[in-house]
Design a protein around this ligand. Sequence first.
Ligand SMILES: Cc1ncc(COP(=O)(O)O)c(C=O)c1O
Length: 334
Amino acid sequence: MPPKKVYEAMKHFTTIKYGLVQGQFELREKLCNKVLSSHFTPENVVITNGGSEALNLILASFPEKSKILMPKPYYYSYPYLASYNRLEPVYSPMKDDHIDMQDIENKISEVNAIMVNSPTNPTGMVEKPDTIKKLERLANETGRLLIFDEVYRELIYEGTHYSPKGDNVINVDSFSKTFNLCGARIGYCYSKNEELIEKIIQKKTHTSMNTSTTGQSMAIAALDAPNSFKEKNRKIFKERREIIYKGLKEIGFELHKPEGAFYALPRATNPQKVVEDLFDRYKVIAYNGEWFGAGNRIRLSYALKKEKIEEGLGRIEKYIKQENPSTIGEFNYA
Ligand SMILES: Cc1ncc(COP(=O)(O)O)c(C=O)c1O
């Protein structure tokens, strides 16, 4: 559930005029005062239709055929966003579901930007601050843009978050996950790179124009929620993580323990069949890991009430044990 303040604010909402393309000043200012580090000002922020639009606008600012390096597994929209903008995705295979810095360093000279997400969808892993600092340094030394997608930054159960910064860094965040406001479609990007922010505003002016002012009012109210809101949310997701991790292990799946976000990515042979069987006959939604560049895995979301997670685990267990035991066997987790 979103913070109560959001519902209260909606009772008094009256203005439905066009808004500023960059986003309502009050929201940008409040983000600077309450969320972002002190060296950002409202001029450095653009409010967008979810983190999704921010990612799209950032990529739209590159010339055709630019190359975008992304760790693999990746958030499944990244390659599409690159190709819709006539850019070329270049992949850097992760090692044990973490960024392989050596591979990134080897490839950096052939690309124009690096697009990284942590906490990560679909792996559920939280990248180490040290690694992110290395990426930040690399971007600022080589002049390559680091696009850092941190939409799950408030959902970390182990490890800590580090937000990179600098003239060659742009960060993407969202109200969807932190405040359970995904339908309001409010996200934002922020950067000290004034030229890039200008380009993004220019593209937005001629595409979506302003982000919904209704949604922005919800976001302004959400920022007034007490800190305990985020803490409570994190606790709820952490408990769900324990349930899904333990449940999948007990069924026999091999998987890393997710450290953040709300996904588990267990090993499975023939993931397409598993996904179809689970959906058609067991009414369980799983995604094929291949859609995220994670072959032989399935992705499960635990953004559900714990009773539903338990029910889903029961159905998965029935399917695996009765119909498809070879799905989870004989893997060396790599
Ligand atoms: C890694 C990642 N980035 C960005 C988004 C986009 O979120 P939104 O557009 O709702 O802010 C998502 C949504 O699931 C995501 O998982």
